[in-house]
Design a protein around this ligand. Structure first.
Ligand SMILES: *Cc1c(COP(=O)(O)O)cnc(C)c1O
Length: 386
């Protein structure tokens, strides 16, 4: 159990595993230990559980179960999509992506650039949005893949993925979207979307860590990243993480049931928090496009503070949030996302991300609204005295 007075507002870093998810996965860690690829009933029963999970994931994102490939995490899914696209055609080795991707895409593309691949990095404006005309100009006859995230993990900003797909498809180029933050927070319907690849992750939607999905459109050719046994219809070798997959399936089923709740109640918590902060703390500003944003995310800049010090004081008050993405915390670099939006190092370093989930309460928002202004005031007092 989490400490009873912990206020966990870092749900874009990871989420609490729903107790119903734990219950669903437990038998696959105990008595149902058969190998899903075995021919006898003790194995087949496990294989059936995987297929049920596949149906549940497909139900949430609106695709066919056969289009779901289970992986070890969102990062693997994203790596696998890029890897496959580059293997399809030797004459197509150019990639298009944005400057605000998660490191799963960003670092992979940087590594590929060092190996000689040409990458076009699309910038964003101060709202965190790309320029669609620039995207259109960036896609070339030798482009292997355009990869653009659906929702930004730091700001919650939503890219107009459907418009992006239209542009990319008209040029006959493959498209991948890192939807790790979008799945379970906003409705997705892949059936009519003409997206080739989509990545999602279990631990961002109240499932466990170490399980993810790559959606591969049934008409899209795919070259596997892990090669070995024939699991996952030959698309991802290795004995499946059965308990994790069963859990992810349950997590997706629940996410579907809670989509409306996310759009209303979770959004309400986020808005009450954000408006409360803006009313109580002078010089607080919202980072990112407020009109096109996940319902759960609030990224705020507080003039004159340093986010690392703020995180420490907030931690002492049992409030968990984040500066930039969790993966870069501890490093001194200002968030690449906020920098790409044209903000100064100072504003980027003065920014905090608060991300909510269905496990947060009105009481927690009220407490956070007491703690945060005090912490900001204290830090500003210290820097004024210095
Ligand atoms: C968390 C996250 C990932 C990585 O997912 P893992 O399962 O932790 O590898 C990728 N992209 C985005 C946008 C994320 O938020």
């Amino acid at each position: 159990m989490q400490p009873s007075d912990l206020i966990y507002l870092d749900n874009n870093a990871t989420t609490r595993v729903d107790p119903a998810v734990v219950e669903e996965m437990l038998p696959y860690l105990t008595e149902r230990y058969g190998n899903p690829s075995s021919g006898y009933r003790f194995g087949q029963q496990v294989g059936k559980a995987i297929e049920q999970a596949r149906e549940r994931v497909a139900g949430l994102v609106g695709c066919e179960p056969s289009e779901i490939v289970f992986t070890s995490c969102g990062t693997e899914s994203t790596n696998a999509a890029i890897h496959s696209a580059l293997l399809m055609d030797r004459d197509r080795q150019h990639l298009v992506t944005t400057r605000v991707e998660h490191s799963a895409t960003l670092k992979h593309c940087e590594t590929l650039a060092k190996r000689g691949h040409e990458i076009t990095w699309l910038g964003v404006d101060e709202r965190g949005q790309i320029d669609l005309a620039e995207l259109e100009r960036a896609v070339r006859p030798d482009t292997a893949l355009v990869t653009v995230m659906w929702a930004n993990n730091e700001t919650g900003v939503l890219f107009p993925v459907h418009e992006i797909v239209e542009i990319v498809r008209n040029k006959g180029v493959l498209f991948h979207t890192d939807a790790v933050q979008a799945v379970g927070k906003i409705p997705l319907a892949l059936r009519d979307a003409k997206i080739n690849f989509l990545s999602l992750s279990g631990h961002k939607l109240h499932g466990p860590k170490g399980v993810g999905v790559l959606y591969v459109n049934r008409r899209t050719k795919f070259a596997p990243y892990l090669i070995g046994g024939g699991q996952e219809n030959g698309k991802r070798a290795g004995t499946q993480n059965v308990a994790g997959i069963v859990a992810l399936g349950k997590g997706c089923e629940l996410a579907g049931e809670f989509l409306e709740h996310e759009a209303t109640t979770v959004r309400g918590l986020r808005d009450a928090f954000e408006n409360g902060v803006l009313a109580r703390v002078e010089g607080a500003r919202v980072n990112g496009d407020r009109d096109h944003r996940l319902p759960n995310t609030s990224n705020l800049a507080f003039d004159g503070i340093d986010s690392e010090s703020a995180l420490m004081l907030l931690d002492q008050n049992d409030l968990c949030c984040s500066s930039g993405s969790a993966c870069t915390t501890g490093s001194v670099h200002a968030s690449h996302v906020l920098k790409a939006m044209g903000f100064s190092d100072d504003r980027a370093r003065a920014s905090l991300r608060f991300s909510f989930s269905r496990f947060n309460t009105v009481g927690e928002v009220e407490k956070a609204l007491e703690i945060l202004p005090k912490v900001i005031g204290k830090l500003r007092g210290l820097s004024a005295a210095a």
